[in-house]
Design a protein around this ligand. Sequence first.
Ligand code: IVH
Length: 678
Amino acid sequence: MSPAPSDVAARAAELRRELAYHGHRYYVLDDPVIGDDRYDALLDELRAIEAAHPELLTPDSPTQRVGGEPVSHLEKVRHLQPMLSLANARSDEELQGWIERMRGHLAREGIEDPRFEYVVEPKVDGLAISLLYEDGLLVRGATRGNGEVGEDVTHNLRTVGSIPLSIKDAPRRVEVRGEIYISLADFEQVNLKRAEAGLSTFMNPRNSAAGAIRQLDPRQSAERPLSMWAYGIGVHEGLTIASHWEALEWLKGHGFRVNPDVARLTSGDDVIERCRDWERRRGALAFEIDGAVVKVDDYELQRRLGVVGRDPRWAIAWKFPPTTAVTRLVAVHWNVGKFGSLHPYAELEPVHVGGVTVKQATLHNEEDLARKDVRPGDEVIVLRAGDVIPQVVSPAPHVVERTDRGPSPLPPASCPVCGTPTVKPEDSVFTHCPNRDCPGRRWQLLTHFVSRGAMDVDGIGEKQVTMLMERGLVRTAADFYRLTAEQLVELERFGEVSAANAVAAIEASKARPFGRVLFAIGIEGIGAITGRNLAQRFRSIDALMAASAEQIADTPGIGPIVGQLVHDQLADEQMRALIADLRSLGLRLEEEGPPPGEGPLADKAIVLTGTLPTLTREQATERILAAGGRVTSGVSRRTDYVVAGEAAGSKLEKAERLGVPVLDEAGLEALLHGGDPG
Ligand code: IVH
């Protein structure tokens, strides 16, 4: 017997309510109370009801987030109230100057000695958007555009989990404003997937988010996980709010994601201190910020202060020191990569960027170089974001108009290291040196082998590898293990002690687990994580070498293209000879940890944060994996432990907020030995 129609309708409504609740816990509060499986089961049930009873489908149903129809173009929309921009302050003086100007302006308005309260927020480096809700339903989402006219991107914004499709106790009309962005972790994932699929990668999270939000097909947009921080209210009817702080409270109470570290302060000095605090925390955040925003809290004061041009007088952006600079591009050189690809890089006239002197910068690949159209002799813009390698962004604006520029640099016709004529495979964005014995390629493979994330050999770095190659002492990775202290002492930079230490460090590296060896020997497509995954899955080099391309492809983080690539390299004669050589020298080519789901930490999810007193992050990760645990990046209710060291940041705060047990290194050691972490 099928249920009565009213029961079905009630069940559908209940499912929508439950799904909205769990979506809010997951996307907005970052604190889920059920697992993905349970959520998916609820969603499937609702989908089934809606399929059988299309009349029960509502526009705010969680089933309507993804899978909407593509649009043919982006419709222009006029904002109901202009979306403003912000003036900048770059120093204490400029911020104090802003406060003085506000006082002056208000004094002329007859308001003497106003009592300012300020709200300080992160300035997230994403894109401003406007969400219009009418009678509680999301009816339109738009980009900022030029502030007056933006583009209708409702179809894509509906896919964003942290944007409510409907709000409860809603006023007649309210416009919510905020910043849409992609987190650093998601950005990395997106680029990884794109690289694997042979697509070009994005320069930064902001570009990736900007591209996603302007897609015509919402399914494309949904592939790049966007998030939103709500930071204000625009037009509203039927809502009484007297201050920005109240607006933020209202937003929080109605399902929007408001940054938990937003602060309300009363003195200019506290505001400056808070801005500097954001600057210090910048590198530890899960998303990119380019400053802090300071707003006068009281709406009446905001109204009195008004707007000059596009900038409100009542708000200002505290900008972090510039990380771009202009300098001259001296020359474009080409590096040979581990697998023969040629990578252009820029030689620059030395310039100060964000506190360091930069002489070289990457140009990514030849397509990127062509698109940027930078030529030797040009003045160029150099960008240094966080700790990543500086990059050349573009020619300086005035350069493009010049008629006396030199020729565009092209990839070399022969390898800059070994002189072999280069080739450009059809399916690659890189020109290659096809010579497998190219010293440039070998140098890259060997320096990678000894590097930190790989075999981690202390005392052997780029300079030592260069010398060892020049002397003919090392040609393949196996040769490192045949070096003697006597040979090393002969070399520059080595004394008796450092030579003995280096030999001991090489010997000690034999203890690196199988997954690391897989990563270290230089197999195209195998990174640190995929190396570990392959080791866990196949458990020995023999099993891996016997596996088919399909079996390899069926490993987390690997797909059909990489699966085939890895398979073919493992079948290669030179590779097999290297593996046999390493095996005879005693490197680990079998997995020794327990299979997944076994060991003292079986199925435990652990997050590492900060610097531990003795273990490096790699070592801690390895020990946890060897004990059957998992190391994850984000803290949630489902995290079992957070191991915190010195200078732990937001992850520690979050663990404390969620009540996730926090351990120090000693606690981790206890866990690893199957004991009580204390
Ligand atoms: S308020 C006063 N608050 O910065 C109205 N903007 O330069 C201006 N932004 O277009 C917006 N975080 O994209 C505001 N907490 C925040 C912000 C923020 C980032 C961006 C936004 C805006 C730009 C203004």
